[in-house]
Design a protein around this ligand. Structure first.
Ligand code: HEC
Length: 115
C-alpha cells in the first residue's frame, strides 16, 4: 500500500514537472506573431544596424551578411544575440528578446533580409 501511494505521488510529480517543462518549451518556441515580427524588423534595421551597418556590411560591429555568418551554427548565433560578446560593444539582448525571437532574427540574417 505504501509503495503504491508513493508511486502515485511520484507519477503526479513527474506529470507536473513534465507539464512545466512542456509549457516552458512551448513558450520558447512559440511562433513570433505578425505584430512582433514588424517590431523585430525595426529592431534589426535600426538597433542592430546602428553598429553593424544599415546594410549589414559592418561598422562598429562586424559585417553580418549571409557569407559572414555562414561558419556559425544557428545555435551559436542565437547565443551571441541573447548573451552578447563580453568584452566587446556587442550587448546582450536577452532582456528584449526571447529565444524564438532571436531565432527569427537569425533566419533574417541568413536570408540577408529584415522582413
Ligand atoms: C553597440 C553596438 C552593437 C549593437 C547595437 C549590436 N551589435 Fe552585434 N556586435 C557588435 C560588435 C562590436 C561585435 C563584434 C564582437 C567581437 O569583436 O567579437 C558584434 C558581433 C555580433 C555577432 C557575431 C558576428 C561575428 O562575426 O563575430 C552577431 C551575430 C551580432 N553581433 C548580431 C547582432 C544583432 C542581431 C544585433 C541586434 C539585435 C546586434 N548585433 C547589435 C556590436 C553591436
Amino acid at each position: 500500500m505504501r509503495w503504491s501511494l508513493h508511486n502515485k505521488r511520484l507519477a503526479a510529480f513527474a506529470f507536473l514537472t513534465g507539464m512545466i517543462v512542456t509549457a516552458a518549451g512551448v513558450a520558447a518556441t512559440a511562433p513570433v506573431d505578425a505584430t512582433r515580427q514588424a517590431e523585430l524588423s525595426v529592431l534589426l534595421e535600426q538597433d542592430c544596424g546602428s553598429c553593424h551597418g544599415l546594410t549589414r556590411k559592418g561598422g562598429l560591429g562586424s559585417a553580418l551578411l549571409p557569407d559572414n555568418i555562414a561558419h556559425f551554427t544557428d545555435e551559436a548565433l542565437i547565443e551571441i544575440i541573447l548573451d552578447g560578446v563580453p568584452g566587446t560593444p556587442m550587448p546582450p539582448w536577452r532582456r528584449f528578446l526571447n529565444r524564438a525571437e532571436a531565432s527569427w532574427i537569425v533566419d533574417r540574417l541568413r536570408q540577408g533580409t529584415s522582413q
